[in-house]
Design a protein around this ligand. Structure first.
Ligand code: PLP
Length: 389
């Protein structure tokens, strides 16, 4: 594939990094082999074979995944890690120094907040949180020692959006690095680097892997200096994705476009169904016209994703009864897999957030988060209907 950039998303998702090898002695595999070798022999002392020395530094299966993901995010460079949080930690250690300040969206993934507040704060990193749905609050949060702005759009579980392009204009003006966690929409629906972000991070555990069977993280950048620093730290810290997990993730990505279309189609139908149900007081989904940032969702992304939240009328006990009566939806944390998952943030994913703060930001006791899968939507709606009864 001489000019990879001219191909569409689904073509790149299938072919980039996995072109058959027709060189003398090669076997023309259409799927990249799982290179389990931890070390690579060389013929000459000072010449590693094709650049490979030791798998922590570089591995052919991992490299195939890194190049595939880079092509999908329109990035020059990709790096993959053993989890989303390993990717995030490596970015912070590579790009920041103790004493540096981060302006972060106050509705970040809980694990990211824990990493900032409980781990990096012990090493002199400073973080303050702002409501990034209001771009001016991001700019107001900047201090003399600010180096980086960290956002997520849409956020979880309230599906709030940040205007990536507008925020990137602020970070550019102040010489700051803009990091966007693009886990919720995946590169299929949103490409933050094209909107002006400097670094994209992913939990590939979610939509990119897509089958709830492989943990992983990714970092995508265009800037060669950032790439070199992050790659140096990837090797130096060592939280790399294994060859087998790289293979599983490569396999998952091939259907990313198909899956996300179906996730979104099902999510939209379920959002409409719930919005008209008498026992539901509120539905939050960027694809609904009632979402306060529906217009921004349409302009900065090409889709709305497969996650929605809704509030059940009644008490927390009513919400628990509803969740326990479901049979097709699995009552579980996580998101982005082919199977539908449902959870109660106040007791499950967001229980570590203090109740006053939960109430203040809108994570009420009966707010339910759904990761809509790609099952037959009639079965999903029938399951919700019987459990809401
Ligand atoms: C799950 C998740 C992470 C963390 O990724 P892991 O692979 O679980 O380490 C980070 N950000 C978002 C938005 C997530 O959903």
């Amino acid at each position: 594939m001489a000019n990879i950039k001219k191909y569409g998303f689904a073509t790149k998702a299938i072919h980039v990094g996995e072109q058959p090898d027709f060189r003398e002695g090669a076997t023309g595999d259409v799927v990249v082999p799982i290179h389990l070798s931890t070390t690579f022999a060389r013929k000459k002392v000072s010449e590693p074979t094709a650049g490979y020395e030791y798998t922590r530094s570089l591995n052919p299966t991992r490299k195939a995944l890194e190049s595939k993901l880079a092509s999908l995010e329109n990035a020059e460079y990709g790096l993959v890690f053993s989890s989303g949080l390993a990717a995030e930690s490596t970015v912070l250690l590579a790009l920041l120094n103790p004493g540096d300040h981060i302006v972060a969206f106050d509705d970040l993934y809980g694990g990211t907040k824990r990493l900032f507040n409980q781990v990096f704060s012990n090493f002199g990193f400073e973080v303050s949180y702002v409501d990034a749905t209001d771009t001016s609050l991001v700019e107001n949060g900047i201090k003399p020692n600010t180096k980086l702005v960290w956002i997520e759009s849409p956020s979880n579980p309230l599906l709030k959006l940040s205007d990536i392009k507008a925020i990137s204009e602020i970070t550019r003006k102040h010489g700051l690095i803009l990091v966007v966690d693009n886990t919720f929409l995946s590169p299929y629906f949103q490409k933050p680097l094209d909107l002006g972000a400097d670094v994209v991070v992913h939990s590939s555990t979610k939509y990119i892997g897509g089958h709830s069977d492989v943990l992983g993280g990714a970092v995508l950048v265009n800037n060669a200096t950032y790439y070199e620093r992050i790659q140096y730290h990837q090797n130096a810290i060592g939280a790399v994705l294994s060859p087998f997990d790289s293979y599983l993730t490569l396999r998952g990505i091939k259907t990313l476009a198909l899956r996300l279309e179906k996730h979104q189609e099902n999510a939209l139908k379920i959002a409409h169904y719930l919005a008209s149900h008498p026992k539901v007081s509120k539905v939050i989904y960027p694809g609904l016209e009632s979402h306060p940032q529906h217009e921004l969702a349409k302009t900065q992304a090409s889709g709305f994703g497969g996650v929605l939240s809704f509030e059940i009328k009644g008490t927390i006990t009513d919400a628990e009864h509803f969740l326990e009566k479901l049979t097709v939806f699995a009552l579980a944390e996580s998101l982005g897999g082919v199977e539908s998952l449902i959870e109660l943030p106040s007791i499950m994913t967001h229980s570590s957030v203090a109740k006053e703060i939960r109430d203040q930001i809108g994570i009420t006791d009966t707010l339910v988060r759904v990761s809509v899968g790609i099952e037959d939507v009639e079965d999903l709606i029938a399951d919700l209907a019987q459990a809401l009864e």
